[in-house]
Write a protein of this length. Structure first.
Length: 120
């Protein structure tokens, strides 16, 4: 999830493992990016496990653009605006590319490109 300006995002993910669902593996991860001091993201991953023989885990991160990465890109002649676009697009595209449906990947990639403009 990416939030900017006064944007607010809420993620509530839940993995439910029934009692008869033995020997399964499940992982849930929520990665989030704040682009301003006024944006907010609330994330709450949950595991509800009723089986004994499972491997389940979850994780959540909320962060900002890396100042060192911005500096590095700028030191290579990329404007601050384009450096931000590159980092934001890279963050989003990694998530989009992990989607299991090629049609959805294409649609989300096109939406991202339209929203971000012509990122270098």
């Amino acid at each position: 999830m990416i939030a900017d300006e006064a944007g607010r995002g809420i993620f509530k993910g839940r993995i439910l493992v029934a009692e008869d669902a033995q020997k399964i593996e499940a992982y849930q991860n929520s990665r989030n990016l704040l682009l301003s001091n006024t944006a907010e993201i609330d994330t709450k991953p949950e595991l509800e496990i009723y089986a004994d023989d499972v491997k389940c885990s979850h994780g959540a991160t909320i962060g900002r653009l890396d100042d060192e990465a911005l500096y590095y890109l700028q030191s290579r002649g990329i404007s601050r605006s384009n450096a931000r676009k590159l980092l934001i697009t890279g963050f989003a595209q990694e998530i989009i590319d992990a989607l299991p449906y090629p049609e959805l990947v294409a649609q989300m990639s096109a939406m991202m490109q339209t929203h971000m403009g012509d990122a270098p």
